[in-house]
Design a protein around this ligand. Structure first.
Ligand code: GDP
Length: 387
């Protein structure tokens, strides 16, 4: 640049211009930082105001081992920027997979015309192979035979569709009872199931959906037996922008962490607490003690409105026996079947729900944040039958 036309010492002028440029750069960087900070603050959910008379220290005495639980430092229950995938789109991924399994078998049976003795045997075998379970299979076949005897002109496939839908019961309430965003009271959901079925992942996915629906959420890492479990939950917490209450000590009392999490949820005025638990199936009495204590202790702050059992759908009859045990030790309100994207045969949905008399509420369709679909009986049966 030619600055010879400017009167005065040219070295001084060059130095002054360089100085101005440096100061300008620093100011621009600072401005960008402040703007980013402000954007973050705007995305944070302000704590729900307490109802009159409600204070942070209203809790009943914490359990003796509470010192174990060390809540992570302040992290606001933030809202996620990006919106989750539409539930219908998620379910259609499942439908296309289902129709390749049970659906294909049924199609070949019904494609041959009226059902003869062989076709009935094949139908029974197909339902059993698809993990529908013997009791539910008998019930479905009896209903189908009765309907066909009553109405000779009905299409057997339509009659089977109706029998499957009846046994799944579309009238059951499959929503999560978790109040409303900004509601007067926080709600708690406790997630149970054996190790490896997908509890932590499911807690993260549910948190993601709730955050997108404007709930403020806290996660409690009550699986204290594996340090990795709390780390994994923390990863999910930062992924979906919600605080995680955990113990820093491996083997800490899970009930104590659950209590700290419930207390933090109330103190923050958050809408929902999701508690991830350890699923050590060492024996029924031990499991009952552990889950019973978590539920009792959390109830000192707020009785859980949901106790959700997570089962790995690919484990078939094994999943069914887990369901039986958990059904005996915990007051289950819903079932979540994970890994429906894998080798799972859809029939487990029917078997497990019939076994427990508790509705299947969600299906896990993969490891990603949006791979959780609300269970829709009509779409599920359509998918099973390849409709
Ligand atoms: P937890 O021990 O019950 O908490 O189980 P995790 O949440 O740690 O999950 C165990 C494994 O299953 C992890 O590798 C998850 O990514 C995987 N997983 C969880 N849900 C699903 C699902 O719906 N589909 C598939 N394919 N994998 C899943």
């Amino acid at each position: 640049m030619d600055i010879s036309w400017i009167p005065g010492d040219q070295d001084v002028i060059v130095a002054a211009i360089a100085g101005i440029a440096v100061i300008g750069g620093v100011a621009a960087a600072l401005f960008a930082k402040v703007r980013d900070r402000r954007d973050l603050d705007e995305r944070a959910v302000p704590p729900r105001p307490r109802t009159p008379g409600e204070t942070a220290d209203e809790s009943t005495e914490p359990p003796a081992s509470d010192a174990d639980a060390a809540p992570v430092p302040e992290a606001p229950a933030a809202r996620s920027g990006e919106h989750p995938e539409d539930p219908d789109a998620r379910f259609s991924r499942l439908r296309s997979r289902l129709s390749g399994g049970l659906g294909a078998g049924l199609l070949s049976i019904f494609g041959r015309g009226p059902l003869d003795a062989n076709a009935w045997d094949e139908l029974e075998e197909t339902l059993l192979l698809a993990d529908v379970g013997p009791a539910a299979t008998d019930e479905i076949l009896d209903a189908l035979k009765a309907r066909l005897a009553r109405q000779s002109d009905v299409d057997p496939k339509v009659a089977l569709h109706d029998a499957l839908l009846d046994i799944i019961d579309p009238t059951l309430d499959r929503s999560l009872t978790l109040g409303t965003p900004g509601g007067a009271e926080g709600r708690t959901a406790i997630v149970v199931g054996v190790n490896g079925v997908g509890k932590t992942t499911t807690v993260g996915k549910i948190a993601r959906v709730l955050v997108a629906e404007q709930y403020s959420v806290v996660l409690g890492a009550a699986d204290t037996f594996r340090a990795a479990a709390a780390d994994q939950l923390e990863t999910w917490g930062s992924r979906v922008g919600v605080p995680v209450v955990r113990s820093q000590r491996e083997g800490a009392d899970p009930a104590s962490v659950a209590f700290e999490a419930a207390d933090r949820t109330r103190a923050d005025g958050a809408d929902v607490l999701l508690v991830d638990t350890a699923g050590r199936l060492q024996n029924k009495a031990g499991l009952m003690d552990e889950l019973g204590k978590i539920i009792r202790v959390v109830s000192k702050v707020q009785a859980p409105s949901e106790v959700l059992l997570v089962l790995d759908a690919t484990t078939g009859q094994n999943g069914l026996s887990q369901a039986r045990i958990f059904g005996e030790v915990a007051p289950l309100t819903g079932i979540i079947l994970t890994k429906m994207d894998g080798t799972a045969k859809g029939g487990i949905v029917i078997a497990v729900q019939r076994e427990l008399g508790v509705p299947v509420k969600f299906l896990g369709l993969g490891e990603g944040v949006d791979d959780l679909a609300p269970f829709d009986p009509q779409q599920f049966v359509d998918g099973l039958l390849g409709d």
